[in-house]
Design a protein around this ligand. Sequence first.
Ligand code: SF4
Length: 325
Amino acid sequence: MSKALGLLSGGLDSTLAALALKRQGVDVTGIVYVTPFFGAERAKIAARQIGIPLIVKDISDVHLEMLKNPRYGYGRNLNPCIDCHAMMFRIAGEMVSQGDFDFLFSGEVLGQRPMSQNANALKAVAKHAGCGDLILRPLSAKLLPIIPVEERGLVDREQLLDIQGRSRRPQEALARQWGLKDYPGSGGGCLLTEKSFTNRLRDLLTHHPDCTPRDVELLKAGRQVRLSPKAKLTLGRNLQTNERLLELATTEHILLRAADFSGPTGLLSGQPEGDDLSIAAAIVATYGKGQNETQVSVLCTQGDKRWQLTVTPLTREEIEPLIVP
Ligand code: SF4
């Protein structure tokens, strides 16, 4: 029995691709990657549903470095899909080289996404991944040239599919036929395709090109307030995000919260200069219950250091231009 390792996002296409192989007797394992932009939850549900093992691999650091300068550029937002897919295949391909699997597969469908899944894009992914001969696309295989995996008899091409185009109907019909019940709709699952998130990410990459996955996590943890090219305040939105900011804080960050009023936690990052800290404290005061006071004490914490600042809250109109949309 041949052994295949497939990129399993947990969406319908990758789940069907895994099933297409499993149904013809291939020993199928899924692999899913974790970064600050996408996680493994959907893949875990899908793997459980179709009864295949799943490898979960955190690639946050290498993925972020690729994202800063993708060879094939970005899609509609900051999604470097060709480079991203190639990276996923390259890492999975290393497991094939080590002899753990015979070939790779994915749920890519020819022509489904005009930019990232046309024939040229599929070729670019294969070339850039460096393991193109090993990559099978079961959902469109009959429309694509025969690859060595098929020539070697590791998979029966006749039982593969010839789906192409943007319509989801063939996949939905197949899901019904194969008894697949719960699957997520198309799209979703990757923050790099969401406009509001990528605005914040673009601001980060512009002002802090050396940013790390932790800096990206801050973008998800609250409102972003750009104080200067080098300093930024992240403002918690609720109890949960306030706690998340405490988790993400390092000794390089300054945490702020009003001393005598409830309100958000703020995390000041970068290299604050001049008035940056007092403006950050005033913003924290503005979003708290002391917003109508003339003076508010704000507690500042950095590692073991603690001190207080007394500030006058600003108006929301004064803060508005600083907020990263
Ligand atoms: S949508 Fe996101 S996860 Fe998917 S290939 Fe593009 S960048 Fe990667």
